[in-house]
Design a protein around this ligand. Structure first.
Ligand code: SOE
Length: 421
């Protein structure tokens, strides 16, 4: 049923060769990737074995603690040290977007395979430079991949199979939202994700990138044009305690009091856009961090001429399927529990019904990355695939900034208030 790789308990066959990994970054993504490196060879039978050789972070005490906690053999405070080491084969980039291009191009030039978190970069220019570096390195057998991990959720891989097999017919609608609410509180501090120079954009690039990549992946179609709007609801926030030289704009109360200093939010809190895809589908996208009540609510629905599928990340073991070709009296959305051994990746884990989680998508991601390196293939999504996402992000940002297609609605005259008491 699926083209995605299957599992198989580790331990069979000849001893695998070793790939020594150096990871840069140890926060949320560093922890998620560490979980993946720790588990991949214990659950997937691969001809290569990942060795967690080194982790890198700017703060010496924190990265030493992270190495201990996350299971890395050594630690460093300068990523250049990892890139220079002859006993490192892979560089895994889990840092904010402002360092992706510099680290990835240096690592590729040094002959290291590179896995880089999404979005690929903070600008199209940086992304193009990374694609060029990846192409040069590829000629020497050096592989690179961008970490759009949700492609590796089994239900998403099944969604792609449904489309590729023709089960849905002609895809007419793509409907994608990614809803979070972690910064609804205006007192949430000005973390790096809220600073353009660090993150490149806000909800658009952070979570909008996921639904752009995922919808292109499952439909096999590419976005050819967009029209969007963006909004920043809270324009100033308290500087984080660890703020490094962030320019404070005001202090609490704005009267020079001794409250916390505030700084400007320089990214979008929400971005919404419509799009056309090159296979004829029309699409709507919404990425926001102000959807009060939604924690990690990514939902993608495809409507085709023969049926529909819908995926909800907060119910990631399930796929909703509507078969429009069945007898009319029996038609309805069914819930497929995507935990059978024939479902993508699931044979490596538990018996049917024993569900998996968010972190498994990262194990599947590094599994596919290692398998591609071992077989001399180019892993997907490539840096070129990720550049396509970056180009869409840039187009949405430009559309939102210019309001090019924005058409004001004339205000209808307000009826006089009724005099009836
Ligand atoms: C944002 O909160 C975030 O951590 C993204 O950066 C991740 O890519 C996403 O998987 C979860 O949400």
């Amino acid at each position: 049923m699926s083209t995605a790789p299957m599992g198989g308990m580790a331990g069979s066959g000849p001893a695998p060769r070793e790939l020594r990994v150096g990871m840069v970054g140890y926060a949320f993504m560093g922890a998620a990737h560490s979980q993946a490196w720790r588990t991949v060879n214990r659950f997937f039978d691969l001809p290569v074995r990942a060795r967690m050789a080194a982790i890198c972070g700017r703060n010496a005490a924190n990265v030493a603690a992270a190495a201990q906690r996350l299971g890395w053999e050594s630690h460093a405070t300068d990523w250049r040290e990892l890139v220079a080491r002859d006993d490192i084969d892979v560089i895994d980039i889990c840092t904010p977007g402002d360092s992706h291009a510099e680290i990835a191009t240096a690592a590729l030039a040094a002959g290291k395979h590179v896995l880089c978190e999404k979005p690929l970069a903070n600008t199209v220019g940086e992304a193009r430079a990374m694609v060029d570096a990846a192409a040069t390195a590829r000629a020497a057998g050096v592989r690179s991949m961008c970490g759009f991990n949700y492609r590796r959720v089994p239900a998403v891989a099944l969604m792609r199979d449904f489309v590729a097999s023709g089960r849905l017919g002609v895809i007419r609608h793509v409907r994608a939202v990614y809803l979070q609410d972690w910064i609804v509180d205006p007192q949430f501090p000005l973390v790096w994700r809220l600073q353009k120079d660090r993150a490149g954009s806000g909800a658009l690039g952070d979570i909008g990138a996921h639904i752009i990549d995922l919808t292109q992946y499952v439909t096999g179609q590419r976005i050819t044009g967009v029209s969007g709007i963006a909004e920043t609801f809270v324009t100033e926030r308290p500087l984080p305690v660890s703020s490094r030289g962030l320019a404070a704009t005001t202090t609490a109360g704005g009267n020079g009091g001794d409250g916390p200093a505030y700084g400007p939010v320089t990214v979008d809190d929400a971005a919404l856009f419509v799009a056309r895809l090159d296979g004829g589908a029309v699409a709507t996208y919404e990425a926001t961090r102000f959807a009060t009540g939604h924690k990690n609510g990514m939902r993608v629905e495809l409507n085709g001429s023969k049926g529909s599928v819908a995926f909800d990340l907060e119910r990631l073991n399930e796929l909703e399927y509507y078969d429009a070709t069945g007898p009319g009296a029996e038609q309805g959305f069914t819930r497929i529990l995507v935990t059978e051994s024939e479902h993508p990746y699931m044979s490596a884990w538990w018996p049917p019904g024993h569900v998996i989680g968010y972190e498994h998508s990262f194990t599947h991601e590094v599994r596919d990355f290692l398998a591609a390196i071992a077989s001399g293939q180019d892993p997907e999504p490539s840096f070129a695939d990720a550049l396509q996402v970056q180009l869409v992000l840039d187009a949405v940002a430009r559309s939102a900034a210019t309001g090019a297609s924005w058409t004001p609605v004339e205000a209808a005259p307000v009826a006089p208030a009724s005099t009836v008491g």
